[in-house]
Design a protein around this ligand. Sequence first.
Ligand code: SAM
Length: 241
Amino acid sequence: AAYDIQVVTIFPEYLAPLRQSLLGKAAERGLVSIGVHDLRQWTDDVHRTVDDSPYGGGPGMVMKPEPWAQALEAVRPPGRRLVVPTPAGRPFTQRMAAEWAAEPGLVFACGRYEGIDQRVADWAADAGPVSEVSIGDYVLAGGESAVLVMVEAVTRLLPGVVGNRESVEFDSHADGLLEGPSYTRPASWRGHEVPPVLLSGDHAAIERWRRAESLRRTAERRPDLLAALPEGALDDAEVAA
Ligand code: SAM
């Protein structure tokens, strides 16, 4: 069966990129099915109100719980994971993407304003797993762009979506390290040369060079990732370097 993605938002047009590129093709080929729903269809006043002022005071508005409950009752199959993007969430990671890709699909609830009344996520946990996640330490205006990011990360791990399996397996983060640099023709370009080892045809030497570059780049840009590697992930020579 197709991997099933359902998104609820007050800006359905914002999710148009889901119909394009790799994902659009995956949908055409029946690998992924995508539904985008306007939250306002589950309001019952003439103004189609989705927000209200926060209890306890403070700036901004909060999304009302009832339209969300009705939306989720309509679009979320029993047991299906609900993903709620929020800057106050746990960090979204490649590991999460891989775990979610092994499930039958995902439902996304896009917040706007100051976010969604907390009781929606609490209530939704009775019907299946709920993940409140952040895509990074910055604040966006809404969850839609975060959903595009997560859907792209998850769906490219689905069998058949990316033509070359190896390209997915060797990506940055797949082994907890950043990938090193890549080059293509010409070997000499505007005074910059491709590292000679890549032209050597010596596959063992190329593998050693790639591993070293991957470690060097990770140490330089993301020392936190190196520190988080499990014991024994690096061999003694690498630890010494
Ligand atoms: N008052 C909220 C807080 O400080 O936690 C910020 C709400 S933000 C302005 C509005 C919406 O954008 C959020 O409900 C969420 O859907 C989305 N959003 C903002 N930053 C995000 C991030 N880093 N990751 C995921 N979603 C984010």
